[in-house]
Ligand binder design. Structure first.
Ligand SMILES: C=CC1=C(C)c2cc3[nH]c(cc4nc(cc5[nH]c(cc1n2)c(C)c5CCC(=O)O)C(CCC(=O)O)=C4C)c(C)c3C=C
Ligand SMILES: [Fe+2]
Ligand SMILES: [Fe+2]
Length: 318
């Protein structure tokens, strides 16, 4: 048995090739924690219909950002950075909810190394049943089926951690420097949207997002800003206003300089590299926005890695 502690990073995952888009979407649309479509026994059939229709469009988005999602490499780099900060007693592993390495892959690797103690660290800063909730449910299912006796502790949110806020505020302050005068800039916080029904049923996601924005702006100081929501993925009511409608409204109001701040993600992926950098940038330009800048994603930012290390140290000590 090893006396090391496994750091298990939980993330959504993404396709690692264009051929992997269809299976990735099938995994996502058959997960009833993120989306319930009809009765459980019918969901795989309905999901297949939805995915067959959606996949060609989504494949084209991934083609435009290099033919794959970079989320695996970026998450593994975060794990390596975290392991380096925490030292020899820790080993990092990644469990992707809808792609490889899966939760089964990750737990098998931890078991092979004889490690018993696991810190499961969700990389979604804001808790939602759809994201962290789904990853934790999957982890608990796999643990139950494998009858493994790991000693697990969970870190399931960090939307208000001082180092997370400081790292994000640093990106915003740096982003503002791309403009001649910050007084003329609108800071557009763009969070991943979520069906309104989750919030109505008590999901804390929206409150967490709003608190992150408040804390970041405390550090950025006086500046015009707003919050909107991107990436609606079904026909029901999702959080509003949408990022697309907001960009159009801002342009109509005569705003010319926008600083986009993606929330909800701690690394680059399709929503930053395609949706903001390509799709929204083109739309904003067509509406008359002159300067459209996006803040850098946290990825392996040293202050963000310090935040993760602090979360782990505090949990392991407790
Ligand atoms: C089907 C419903 C979906 C909900 C609810 C949802 C919430 C949600 N998602 C993220 C983070 C990410 N989503 C990503 C991709 C993605 N998400 C959905 C669907 C829902 N998301 C789909 C169908 C897809 C695939 C792309 C597409 O078809 O548009 C990713 C990116 C993965 C990658 O490319 O690397 C992330 C990350 C959050 C934070 C969230 C709600 C809180
Ligand atoms: Fe999503
Ligand atoms: Fe999405």
């Amino acid at each position: 048995m090893s006396d090391k502690t496994a750091l298990l990073l939980l993330q959504m995952g993404g396709p690692d090739s264009l051929d992997a888009v269809h299976p990735f979407l099938m995994n996502l649309f058959t997960d009833r924690d993120i989306i319930k479509i009809g009765p459980a026994f019918l969901q795989p059939f309905i999901a297949r219909r939805i995915v067959n229709k959606r996949a060609p469009k989504v494949e084209e988005y991934y083609r435009q950002i290099g033919g794959k999602s970079p989320i695996r490499e970026l998450t593994e780099a975060q794990g390596a950075g975290l392991q380096a900060l925490l030292g020899e007693r820790f080993r990092s592993f990644v469990a992707m909810r809808y792609s490889r390495p899966s939760t089964i892959d990750a737990l098998a690797a931890i078991k092979r190394e004889g490690i018993k103690r696991v810190v499961a660290l969700s990389l979604y800063p804001h808790y939602s049943k759809a994201t962290t909730g789904s990853s934790v449910n999957e982890l608990q299912r796999v643990l139950k089926e494998s009858k493994a006796d790991f000693e697990i502790t969970y870190i399931d949110r960090f939307y208000n951690h001082p180092l997370y806020i400081k790292a994000l505020a640093g990106k915003v302050i740096r982003g503002l420097q791309a403009f001649p005068d910050r007084k003329d800039v609108e800071i557009v916080f763009s969070a991943h949207s979520l069906p309104q029904s989750f919030i109505d049923e008590g999901d804390p996601y929206l409150a967490h997002i709003q608190e992150t924005v408040r804390l970041v702006m405390e550090q950025v100081g006086e500046a015009s800003h707003l919050l909107c929501f991107q990436s609606k993925a079904s026909k029901v009511k999702w959080l509003e206003p949408s990022t697309e409608a907001t960009l159009e409204r801002l342009a109509k109001e005569g705003k010319e300089n926008l600083l986009m701040v993606p929330l909800s993600f701690v690394s680059d992926h399709i929503e930053t590299l395609y949706e903001i950098d390509i799709q929204y940038a083109e739309e904003a330009k067509a509406h008359g926005i002159k300067r459209f800048v996006r803040t850098e994603s946290l990825n392996s930012d040293p202050m963000f890695l310090d935040c993760l290390a602090d979360l782990v140290r505090t949990t392991v000590k407790a």
